[in-house]
Structures are given as structure tokens and as C-alpha cells.
Ligand binder design. Structure first.
Ligand code: APR
Ligand code: ZN
Ligand code: ZN
Length: 361
């Protein structure tokens, strides 16, 4: 029996989102229905609404969520009704060339639910990142459900499902930040602060936060930034060198997605250091760097997809650290809101005042 629930939908490009009745089918083979308990508001949701991802309106928004598995379809063994899960948007296939090479964190064929959720009139919905969790319940592929310790509050836990994982993973997985390393993070929004937090738990000796907004830099200190640079006032490359005996950092993480800040990250790193790009550029952007510098400075230029995370490995581990008081997830929850306040939260996000508004259901 399908069920009717409430959900937040972007019906058309640029229009305010609205609350709609959503029809959730019973889970089919390999699928699960999850009762959503909390879901963070991310820039990607706004991007969908603005038509920046694709034109497959209407979109059922929301994708940084935690909840309880309500029912599972045929053949599902990895989760069962009652399990507390974080939803991930990269359900690993186990069969593609990357999975077969033992690198499931890069899986090239991740999957979502096969059946569609619909509006009451039968219009098929496109769930944001294959999740769609600004909704009382959602239908996902069972592999998108990652079991974690139910002692973790859903509003904090759900954030690991996207932006916070991307930032932490950019530091610990992609950048391989280690004990004693020096790190610079460009951009101190949700993703950049998570990269700062990731660097802190990895044991970095110096963590330099770079932003153009002093309020964001103050916030960065609460996550573990040891130094801050307002790059609208001083030259960030020179300042970072000054903080590191004239050398630059071991790992420079770009968490904005702009060519100019990528260039700053490129030059702010020490010889043989690593640049990690976790900010997402737009398709028009181009970058020009002296070719000789790419060779001469050595090291690695890496991109971080979803923090190169493997949800089954990283989510439970990070939740355990959170429950031990060693990982600050609560700091990312700027406010909790009702389901019908998503549009308002988009405006706050554009204003830059919040890291995450989180819908609690
Ligand atoms: N130099 C330094 N900091 C900048 C600059 C700049 N030129 N432009 C913007 N910033 C800062 C903003 O002040 C803000 O604190 O970058 C931060 C960006 O934060 P958010 O807008 O909150 O974005 P966030 O959710 O952290 O995502 C950052 O990562 O995953 C990607 O798509 C995401 O590209 C986006 C990036
Ligand atoms: Zn795969
Ligand atoms: Zn997101």
C-alpha cells in the first residue's frame, strides 16, 4: 500500500518551494522506506530550485538526513525496519571497475531507488541527489541507508550525509592530513569548517582559516582554526607563508569553488604539498597556472568527491567520535526549523548568516 506524506517540492525554476502531498510507494526489491527525523538545508537544494543542476522539475528537495528505516523490499539484508540510519547519496554498486579495483569510495555507478515517488496527481518527482528528504518519509535504495549508533541526535547526524562529510573527508581522506601537518582552508562555510574540524581530529598542528567574512573566521576558531586570514584585507599567500616559517602549508583545501581561491591554495602550499579541491566550480570557470610551477612545486593536485567517503566506513566511525565528544557536529546546526520553513532557510543561507538550518520532523 502506497502512503501519502508531506514534502517540500521545487515545482518550477526559480519559484519558491511549496509543501505538497507526496505518494511513497512500498519498497520494491533493493529499496527501503525511511521515516525522516531531520534534514539539513544545503546549497545544493537551492541550486536545484534555481535550475542549476538540471531541468527535471519537480524536485523533491532535501538530502542531508537521518531517520529510521520503516520497511524494506525483497532481498534487502543490510538494513532492517527500526534501524537508525544516515542517508548517503553514493550507494556503492560493488560491480563497476572502481569497486572491482577495491576502491568503492570512487564507485562510478552508484544507485538510487528504482521506483518513483510522485505528487498526488501521479507526476513523477526527481529526488535531490536521489534522496528527497524534506519529507515525512522517503524511498531510497537500501544501500543509501548507513546504520549508525542511535544515541546520536538526528539533526547533527544527518549533516554527515553531505556537506559536513565532504569537508571532513577532504581533509582526512583526500588530503590525508596527518599528525603535525599544517593546513590552510579557503572558505569557512559548512564545508570549509568541516575541513577545519577534520584537520583538527586528524592531529594537524596548524590550521589556517581563510575567508572574506570576519564572522566566518570567528566561527572557524570554534572548530579548531589556530590562525585566521581575512583575504579581502591581506594577501593570503604571503600571510600563510608567514605563519609557516616562510614555507606554506602541507595541505591547502579549497572549499569555495572559485579560480582565484584555487590559485591562492596552489601557491599557499609548501613544496611537495597537496591541494584539495572540494568547492564545486561552475562550468564556465577556467584556471590558468604557469605549467612550470605545476612541475616545479611538485606534490599533488586532488579533487574530493563527497569527501572521497565510503559511507559504511566513515559514517559510523565519525558518529562514534561525535558521541565521545571528539567531533563537533552540533556546531554546524545553526538552527532547527519546521518543514514549512525551507524557503525561509534558503534566504538565510543566501545572507551567509548560518552554517546549517536543519528541518526536524
Ligand atoms: N575568498 C575567500 N572566501 C570566500 C570567497 C573568496 N573570494 N568567496 C566566498 N568566500 C567564503 C564565504 O564568505 C563563505 O564563508 O566562502 C564560504 C562559502 O561558504 P558557503 O557559501 O556556506 O558554502 P559551503 O556550503 O561551505 O560550500 C562551499 O563546497 O561542496 C561545495 O558546492 C559547495 O562550492 C560549494 C563549496
Ligand atoms: Zn561501483
Ligand atoms: Zn548537500
Amino acid at each position: 500500500m502506497s502512503q501519502e506524506v508531506r514534502g517540500i517540492v521545487a515545482m518550477a525554476k526559480g519559484e519558491p518551494v511549496s509543501m505538497q502531498t507526496i505518494i511513497i510507494p512500498d519498497p520494491g526489491p533493493g529499496e527501503a522506506v525511511v521515516k525522516v527525523q531531520a534534514c539539513g538545508v544545503c546549497h545544493t537544494d537551492l541550486h536545484y530550485r534555481e535550475g542549476g543542476i538540471n531541468d527535471e522539475f519537480p524536485f523533491l528537495l532535501g538530502h542531508e538526513a537521518a531517520g529510521i528505516v520503516e520497511s524494506v523490499g525483497e532481498g534487502v539484508t543490510q538494513v532492517a525496519p527500526g534501524d537508525y540510519v544516515i542517508l548517503n547519496w553514493r550507494a556503492v554498486c560493488g560491480e563497476c571497475r572502481s569497486c572491482l579495483k577495491g576502491k568503492p569510495q570512487y564507485c562510478f555507478d552508484t544507485h538510487n531507488a528504482t521506483q518513483k515517488m510522485t505528487l498526488a496527481d501521479g507526476t513523477e518527482l526527481s529526488p535531490a541527489l536521489g534522496i528527497g528528504a524534506f519529507c515525512d518519509k522517503t524511498l531510497v535504495a537500501a544501500g543509501q541507508c548507513t546504520k549508525v549508533d542511535p544515541a546520536a541526535k538526528p539533526e547533527a547526524a544527518g549533516l554527515l550525509g553531505c556537506g559536513v562529510m565532504a569537508g571532513i573527508g577532504a581533509a582526512i581522506n583526500t588530503g590525508e592530513v596527518g599528525r603535525g601537518d599544517t593546513v590552510a582552508v579557503f572558505g569557512c562555510g559548512g564545508v570549509g569548517n568541516a575541513a577545519i574540524e577534520g584537520s583538527r581530529i586528524a592531529g594537524a598542528a596548524k590550521i589556517i582559516a581563510v575567508d572574506i567574512d570576519d564572522a566566518k573566521l570567528e566561527l572557524a576558531k570554534t572548530f579548531g582554526a589556530t590562525h585566521t586570514v581575512n583575504s579581502s584585507k591581506v594577501d593570503p599567500v604571503e600571510t600563510i607563508r608567514g605563519f609557516t616559517d616562510g614555507n606554506g602549508v602541507d595541505v591547502a583545501i579549497e572549499a569555495i569553488g572559485l579560480p582565484q581561491t584555487y590559485e591562492q591554495a596552489f601557491y599557499a602550499r609548501d613544496l611537495a604539498g597537496t591541494v584539495v579541491l572540494v568547492g564545486v566550480p561552475n562550468p564556465e570557470m577556467k584556471i590558468e597556472l604557469p605549467y612550470i610551477e605545476m612541475f616545479g612545486r611538485g606534490g599533488a593536485l586532488k579533487s574530493s568527491w563527497y569527501g572521497d567517503c565510503l559511507p559504511s566506513r566513515d559514517f559510523p566511525m565519525l558518529i562514534d567520535l561525535y558521541l565521545q565528544g571528539r567531533l563537533n557536529l552540533d556546531g554546524f546546526v545553526s538552527e532547527t526549523i519546521e518543514l514549512d520553513q525551507v524557503e525561509e532557510a534558503f534566504h538565510k543561507m543566501e545572507g551567509g548568516g548560518v552554517l546549517r538550518s536543519v528541518v526536524v520532523l
